[in-house]
Design a protein around this ligand. Structure first.
Ligand code: DMJ
Length: 643
């Protein structure tokens, strides 16, 4: 299009232009031809300007195209060498031919969208013709397909790793007939517990031996995960109960499913399920256990998605949503929970070659290392959002216990290479000895609890495991204090035995005091129960292994007889509500740890030391044996101690 030439600005000066209505009556007649011509020219120039602007103003539709995120579709193969410009990720194209192509592309896309909409509409109409049941069945089929796909993916064999030297997984048969008889009695008790669970609680988490039906608690969520089966497997294995072991394996293979909408305790599921499955895998070599352990671990990982990486106490296995116990101080996570993952997670990384598990637990350790500790003590509560301690309450019993145990065992299971863990253990134990361990007036050594600068002279049944821990950590202790720690272990074992011996049933209460003339005795009614816990027997067994003092077998036998006499019912074994009462009532729960720990430690106490030797095996906090890993040649990222 051509633009009319504009008049030169020089020449005759025009009178001011007034095109208003009043201007014309006086001038119309007098307007000369040249003036009309100029006016015409100005008007045409104005029109030309407007027309030009219409073409040269930016094209807003182009902007819209980018806003829709379609740029990749619309300009798929721009070759910048041919005139396209790359501006901050967007390719702005050359003109002419390319613009034409864009339009075609746009058109093609619009047609496709239209066609898709029509198709979806048709499908929706078809769906509406179907019954509700038909639609639900279709949805279910689709869901099943996805689940099958996921299962296929999950069941892929893991990369092979050299298995550690598995020494002493059979036998341990004692030569002494009396000891053999005692060991057989314990095996019979295991069979009684298992058979009744098999008959009345199969697939449920635990058994109600009096009501003779399944039982569960909130730590396992609302789903039937067969906690007793998984927890009992390795005990069945070492006792030579192979048919029972195979039954358990079959159930796990066919039924144990972690894709359930169920909120579980990360700690409990780790120590009982992952620990139990890993131990069963190492002992039997059956792949299914390893695969299930890895699947479950994957479900726990979302619990670590917190601002600090300190995991939530609970996680929903399906949604991955985590949260903490409502009762925990200031929304905190619990030391004994997030601090009792190390053993299992290092084994998971070892078996899969995937450092994700190892990195999670090492991150927790690093974070704890950096924190200030009041009096060198670790408080039991840590807020996973802020990374700050909650209430200053320190305990070697509930809420704290297995954190210390896992520091020591991290060192042991690394073939004593993880010296960082050993140092943390030594530091922690020194502070505990200074602030929490005391002697009662009657000469009993006890471990109290530290609450906001005050020592509570009370010890829990749970705390009794510490006798075994001190003995286990004696070798390799700082300043060569092995004798001291073995002695400390013996003193704790003695105190805990006293807590049993001073009851009517010869079974220990949940907590006992050392105050105002009271020694190793429960005072409050709600601390008088015994729920088949293992900790005292666990300490007897470690003390036996390190000293071979016959009193530990004798004490273990007393406990066996008391359990058989007062906790055995025809439907299994039950906890009792008051160990000081001569006619106790039952709590009607056969805890899964009774099969995993209590009966296993008793059986080991009456076995030879070559069954699961402590140089080769480290027991997790639920008594699941995991082999020592010789990691010197294995690279696990993050910790030089492992290289
Ligand atoms: C077990 O589940 C574990 O030993 C845990 O560490 C604490 N105590 C219970 C049994 O008492």
């Amino acid at each position: 299009m051509t633009t009319p030439a504009l008049l030169p600005l020089s020449g005759r000066r025009l009178p001011p232009l007034n095109l208003g209505a009043s201007a014309f009556p006086h001038h119309r007649a007098t307007l000369r031809l040249s003036e009309k011509f100029i006016l015409l020219l100005i008007l045409s120039a104005f029109i030309t300007l407007c027309f030009g602007a219409f073409f040269f103003l930016p094209d807003s539709s182009k902007h819209k195209r980018f806003d829709l995120g379609l740029e990749d579709v619309l300009i798929p193969h721009v070759d910048t060498s041919k005139g396209g410009k790359n501006l901050g990720g967007f390719l702005i194209h050359g003109q002419g031919h390319d613009e034409h192509r864009h339009r075609e592309e746009e058109e093609r896309l619009r047609n496709k969208i239209r066609a898709d909409h029509e198709k979806a509409l048709e499908e929706a109409k078809e769906k509406l013709k179907k019954s509700r049941d038909e639609i639900q069945a279709e949805i279910q089929t689709e869901k099943n397909k996805v689940v099958q796909e996921l299962k296929k993916k999950d069941s892929k064999p893991l990369p092979p790793v050299p298995l550690p030297n598995l020494i002493g997984i059979n036998s341990g048969e004692p030569a002494d007939p009396d000891i053999r008889e005692k060991r057989n009695k314990i095996k019979e008790m295991m069979k009684h517990a298992w058979d009744n669970y098999r008959q009345y609680g199969w697939g449920h988490n635990e058994l109600k031996p009096i009501a003779r039906k399944g039982h569960t608690t909130n730590i396992f969520g609302n789903s039937q995960m067969g906690a007793t089966i998984v927890d009992a497997l390795d005990t069945l294995y070492i006792m030579g109960l192979h048919d029972e072991f195979r039954e358990g394996q079959e159930w796990i293979d066919k039924n144990l499913d972690f894709g359930v909408n169920s909120e579980v305790s990360v700690f409990e599921v780790n120590i009982r399920f992952i620990g139990g499955l890993l131990a069963a895998y190492y002992l039997s070599g059956q792949e299914v256990f390893k695969i299930k352990a890895v699947q479950l671990a994957g479900k726990l990982l979302p619990a670590f998605n917190t601002p600090t990486g300190i995991p939530w106490a609970m996680v929903n296995l399906k949604s991955g949503v985590g949260r903490n116990w409502g009762w925990a101080s200031a929304g905190s996570s619990i030391l004994a929970e997030f601090g009792t993952l190390h053993m299992e997670f290092v084994h998971l990384s070892y078996l899969t070659g995937d450092p994700v598990y190892y990195n999670k637990v090492m991150h927790i350790r690093k974070l704890l290392q950096k924190m200030d500790r009041p009096n060198g003590l670790y408080p039991n509560y840590l807020n996973p959002r802020t990374g700050r301690w909650g209430q200053h309450h320190t305990s070697v019993g509930g809420l704290g216990d297995s954190f210390y145990e896992y520091l020591l065992k991290a060192w042991l299971m690394s073939d004593k290479m993880d010296t960082e863990a050993r140092k943390m253990y030594d530091d922690a134990i020194e502070a505990i000895e200074k602030h929490l361990i005391r002697k009662s007036n009657g000469g009993l050594t006890f471990i109290g609890e530290w609450k906001n600068g005050h020592l509570e002279r009370k010890m829990g049944h749970l705390t009794c495991f510490a006798g075994g821990m001190f003995a286990l950590g004696a070798d390799g202790s700082r300043d060569d204090k092995a004798g001291h720690y073995l002695q400390l272990g013996a003193e704790i074992a003695h105190t805990c035995h006293e807590s049993y011996d001073r009851t009517t049933l010869k079974l220990g209460p949940e907590a006992f005091k050392f105050d105002g003339g009271v020694e190793a005795v429960a005072v409050r009614q709600n601390e008088k129960y015994y729920i088949l816990r293992p900790e005292v027997i666990e300490t007897y067994w470690y003390m036996w292994r390190f000293t071979h003092d016959p009193k530990y077998r004798q004490w273990g036998w007393e406990a066996t007889q008391a359990i058989d006499k007062y906790c055995r019912v025809s439907g299994g074994f039950s906890g009792v509500k008051d160990v000081y009462s001569s006619s106790p009532t039952y709590d009607d729960v056969q805890q899964s740890f009774f099969l995993a720990e209590t009966l296993k430690y008793l059986y080991l106490l009456f076995s030879n030391d070559d069954l699961l030797p402590l140089d080769n095996w480290v027991f997790n906090t639920e008594a699941h044996p995991l082999p020592v890993l010789h990691l010197a040649n294995t690279t696990l990222s993050g910790n030089p101690a492992y290289r």
